[in-house]
Design a protein around this ligand. Structure first.
Ligand code: ATP
Length: 309
């Protein structure tokens, strides 16, 4: 059974801080939806509201069309990893999952299945207090998968993991989406979602600033910018600025040019007697596209060296 996650006009404030401000979006089955934004953007607060752990001031959040609190068997409708350290250190992973299964009326056989699925097999009888961060993440994910739910939500699941752990989580997210599940994953680093997310929701200061696909976001960030490589960098910058372009030096002999077309750039340079060795469309990385979107949205923006941007 497929199910969406929907937020409709969600708002939440804590004292004078508006953590989430009129947020609306839909996450669809069969896709990994990346929920990205700088620290303090409101990601965890939004996820807590979707999961019924915090009440919105306004708006509503729905899983498969229903508020979390009205779900009859929540573990079978949505699995979530919010805080991997939430398990008691004296508890063994196997017993923890067995207790969850029992409490939620799930067959015992699910425990062994999810332990295998997350690769915790040999460690499942050890106490969680001795687990590494990566093992605790795996246990949290096993708990989320226990009810075989169509919707999965993970809050910063790769935070602090080694490259092998990151690769494993990425593969898992993709395979869960390929099974037709709705996979919702938050991160404050866009690069972490490269090659994993299909759909991106970018938030800043509690507001939605982009609801897009990875492909569209890259195309938008790459468009219009031309990379020019020339030995006469400063002369070229002057000529192009006089011709109405916006220019910025990016390297010893490289300039990015906006606002005029490549054939016009070539014509201006040739009229000025300048040569160039490259004139190409700029290809933005996902991280660059994200930085551009969120530049003004960072809660605590560190001043740049020299006070200029
Ligand atoms: N329980 C709370 N009491 C007071 N302020 C809160 C509380 N929870 C969140 N906030 C504030 O709300 C804002 C959004 O926080 P939230 O944790 O949702 O952001 P986030 O995007 O998940 O950040 P991070 O990436 O750092 O986890 C922040 O300014 C935070 O300080």
């Amino acid at each position: 059974m497929a199910a969406t996650i929907e937020a409709r006009g969600l708002r939440k404030h804590y004292g004078a801080t508006v953590a989430v401000d009129d947020l609306s979006f839909t996450a669809e089955p069969g896709e990994v939806t990346g929920f990205v934004g700088p620290n303090g953007a409101g990601k965890s607060t939004t996820m807590r509201m979707i999961l019924g752990l915090d009440a919105p001031d306004r708006g509503e959040a729905l899983i498969g069309g229903h508020p979390y609190r009205t779900l009859r068997n929540p573990l079978c409708e949505v699995g979530a990893l919010l805080d991997a350290s939430a398990i008691h250190p004296g508890r063994r992973a196997h017993d923890h999952l067995l207790w969850m299964a029992h409490y939620n009326g799930l067959p015992k056989s699910r425990v062994g299945q999810v332990i295998e699925q997350v690769g915790l097999g040999s460690a499942a009888r050890r106490r969680a207090g001795g687990y590494s961060l990566g093992m605790r993440q795996r246990l949290g994910i096993a708990a989320a998968l226990l009810g075989d739910p169509p919707v999965l939500m993970f809050d910063e699941p790769v935070n602090g993991l080694d490259p092998e752990g990151i690769r494993w989580i990425r593969g898992l997210l993709r395979s869960l989406a390929a099974e037709g599940r709705t996979v919702f994953v938050s991160s404050h680093l866009m690069g972490e979602l490269e090659g994993t997310a299909d759909h991106l929701l970018v938030v800043g200061r509690g507001r939605l600033i982009a609801d897009t696909t990875v492909r569209e976001l890259l195309a938008r960030a790459s468009g219009e910018q031309i990379v020019l490589r020339t030995p006469a960098r400063s002369e070229a910058m002057t000529l192009l600025a006089n011709a109405g372009a916006t220019v910025a030096a990016t390297d010893r002999d490289t300039i990015t040019v906006r606002g005029i077309a490549p054939d016009r750039i070539a014509a201006v340079l040739s009229a000025g007697g300048l040569t160039f060795s490259e004139l190409s469309q700029h290809r933005a990385t996902l991280e660059e596209a994200y930085m551009e979107l969120t530049r003004d949205e960072v809660e605590f923006n560190a001043p740049t060296v020299g006070g200029t941007r």
